[in-house]
Ligand binder design. Structure first.
Ligand code: ATP
Length: 318
């Protein structure tokens, strides 16, 4: 199995025990490990693939707890460093009555933001077949430089570059800055996945259609994906495009569905990138990825809900 290296943040979400209340009214919170790049690494590993996480955690109980969760899930942890000063990032999550989530972050700064280029495990990155990342690690220095260096090293080593912007607006100084920085690394990626919300944000259009998706196309791109929650996903390549329906499930918490989708896709293409040029096989892979996303919505939290291959196959069969 080829290695998938996922780069970026890992943190703890504090999720209210009661939904539909404000943070001030919440009677208590549950710890839920998260951070999109870490979720992707665990998603790959759960499905039987080989994944590593590269990022920085606080040298505190939460940081060591998160590193332990990665290892328990079979994720290679050789790319993790611990910051002696700053703490592991925390986010308090409000589940609004309409099911949407809002985040209040504690990172002033947090350990992940302090990852330096010279702390990167370059050997690990060079040994990957796929290098995956988001945009939160682009927001401030020195992590931004570490992110750009890791991407460059991965590209030079021949890795497939996979990008999920994973927009978290409250972390940016302004919406314009977020858009500009997210797009600043756009053309380096071989594979990009955006959600419907991110498509609207990046294009400035309120239409989620082929024209708006294709306005995000760039000449070196191999695959552009738009995820649409309960409406499945759309795919665009140089030669073909189309959509794949979602599975009907009873969703209780959609956290991590997109990461599960990405992890599934990467685990299926890492050893055979010719799938990206073969529409019937790509559609099979996206059906599998949609099933992974669907299963992830049926349980609370992201990591506990990430499926094993057998769970996915039984949903597809059913
Ligand atoms: P997140 O940021 O919450 O991790 P996302 O917005 O990036 O997720 P979604 O579009 O919510 O990504 O979900 C990814 C995939 O998971 C979808 O393309 C779909 O196949 C599946 N999925 C998500 N929500 C549902 C749902 N309610 N019912 C069935 N499938 C779903």
């Amino acid at each position: 199995n080829g290695l998938i290296v996922s780069f970026g943040e890992m943190l703890i979400d504090f999720v209210p025990t009661t939904s539909g209340v404000s943070l001030a009214e919440a009677p208590g919170f549950l710890k839920a490990p998260g951070g999109a790049p870490a979720n992707v690494a665990i998603a790959v590993s759960r499905l039987g693939g080989k994944a590593a996480f590269v990022g920085k955690l606080g040298d505190d109980e939460f940081g060591h707890m998160l590193a332990g969760i990665l290892k328990e899930n079979g994720v290679v942890a050789d790319g993790i460093t611990f910051d002696q000063g700053a703490r592991t990032a925390l986010a308090f999550v409000t589940l609004r009555a309409d099911g949407e989530r809002e985040f209040m972050f504690y990172r002033n700064p947090s350990a992940d933001m302090l990852l330096k280029p010279e702390e990167l495990n370059l050997e690990l990155i060079r040994s990957a077949k796929v290098f995956h990342y988001g945009s939160i690690s682009l927001i401030v220095e020195p992590c931004r430089s570490a992110h750009l260096k890791a991407m460059e090293v991965a590209k030079d080593a021949g890795c497939l570059l996979s990008y999920d912007p994973n927009l978290r607006l409250p972390l940016w100084s302004s919406a314009d800055e977020a858009r500009k920085q997210i797009l600043s690394i756009w053309e380096k990626a071989d594979l990009i996945k955006v959600s419907d919300v991110e498509l609207e944000f990046l294009t400035g259009s309120d239409k989620i259609d082929d024209a708006s998706a294709l306005s995000l196309w760039h000449p070196n791109l191999k695959l552009l994906l738009v995820t649409l929650g309960e409406n499945g996903s759309r795919y665009y390549t140089k030669n073909f495009h189309g959509s794949v329906d979602a599975f009907h499930v009873k969703a209780v918490d959609t956290t991590g569905a997109g990461d599960s989708f990405v992890g599934a896709l990467l685990s299926k293409i890492v050893d055979d990138q010719s799938i990206l040029e073969d529409e019937p096989r790509l559609r099979e892979v996206l059906k599998f990825a949609n099933a992974c996303g669907a299963i992830t919505t049926t349980k609370k939290g992201a990591i506990p809900a990430l499926p094993k291959e057998e769970d996915v196959l039984s949903l597809i069969k059913a």
